[in-house]
Design a binder for this molecule. Structure first.
Ligand code: HEC
Length: 152
């Protein structure tokens, strides 16, 4: 009898353990595709990312306060035109997938479109919609990729 109870206790705790570790795995499993970048490449990419976020905050500030010059200035700074000659790590382009290039390209074009709309004084709601469409590329890429360290 004592052995039966011990067996039940052991199988119960094994079951609870399995449930607990499964729950943990659900929370932490990262299914994003790792892309290998050196420290310098990663620093460059993340710096650009932070500039995107900073400019979006200012664009929203401009849309909310009716300062479309601010919107145009911030959007232009992140657009394709202003960044065509941006100095990038030389090794980066060859590592970027077509999907990566396409999503970044759509982001840059989106900012140029926002610049155009702000300059021609389009309604704030319309500019906000363009920003939302642009940001779907941020979301899509973030769901797809993560940066992993590449030895150098
Ligand atoms: C082509 C892919 C791609 C696009 C498009 C993209 N990102 Fe990212 N972003 C990444 C990756 C990859 C990381 C690093 C994620 C990781 O390694 O966990 C990142 C990280 C970031 C970070 C964190 C920066 C840091 O210092 O850690 C911010 C903020 C960010 N992105 C903002 C944006 C915004 C805003 C947009 C759109 C305007 C955007 N990103 C568009 C791929 C992208």
């Amino acid at each position: 009898m004592r052995y039966r109870i011990a067996a039940i206790v052991i199988s119960l705790s094994a079951l609870l353990g399995a449930i607990a570790s499964n729950a943990g795995a659900d929370e932490t499993t990262d299914t994003r595709q790792p892309v290998q970048r050196t420290d310098a490449e990663k620093a460059f990419v993340l710096d650009q990312m932070r500039l995107f976020l900073t400019s979006i905050a200012e664009i929203e500030e401009g849309l909310g306060s009716g300062d479309l010059d601010l919107v145009a200035r911030e959007a232009a700074a992140r657009g394709r035109k202003a960044n065509a000659a941006l100095a990038r790590p030389a090794t980066l382009a060859a590592k970027e997938s077509d999907a990566w290039k396409s999503m970044i390209g759509s982001v840059r074009n989106g900012f140029d479109q926002i610049t155009e709309q702000a300059t021609t004084r389009a309604p704030a709601a319309k500019i906000n919609k363009t920003l939302a469409d642009t940001m779907r590329n941020c979301v899509a890429c973030h769901q797809t990729y993560r940066i992993s360290a590449e030895a150098r």
